[in-house]
Design a protein. Structure first.
Length: 133
């Protein structure tokens, strides 16, 4: 965080951690474990917080999540009768590019990887879209 010459915090809340930059919407999200990341994602879907929801995914995927994609996810998540419980018992741990990844079957949609980026876990798949949109 940067201080202005008047001792007040600037509007831009960014935190540089190694090569990762967290913006103000991302910084306040609870992503300390893969389970907590899923919990945060589901709460953001329920409350309709599009911008924050995007920041629970790895960077390349964020660019593909627009308002219409979010609304499709939200509508499906809130109205489906599908089972919404990740299979944590069968989760698999692996390593990609020197980073820990936990893969878990998400709500019958196949595995979603949660990537550990400096103690914060980000999903690599948009698990909340209907299988046949």
């Amino acid at each position: 965080l940067q201080m202005s010459s008047h001792g007040k915090l600037n509007q831009e809340y960014t935190l540089q951690i190694h090569k990762y930059t967290l913006n103000k919407k991302e910084w306040f999200l609870e992503l300390s474990t893969p389970k907590q990341a899923v919990s945060t994602q589901t709460e953001l879907l329920k409350s309709g917080k599009f911008e924050e929801f995007k920041f629970t995914f790895i960077e390349p995927l964020r660019k593909k999540i627009d308002q219409s994609v979010f609304e499709r996810c939200r509508r499906y998540f809130l109205t489906t009768e599908d089972e919404f419980e990740p299979d944590w018992e069968a989760a698999e741990e692996e390593e990609e590019e020197g980073k820990k990844v936990i893969r878990v079957s998400m709500y019958g949609h196949g595995p979603t990887g949660f990537h550990d980026l400096n103690g914060r876990w980000y999903a690599d798949r948009l698990w909340c879209l209907p299988r046949n949109p």
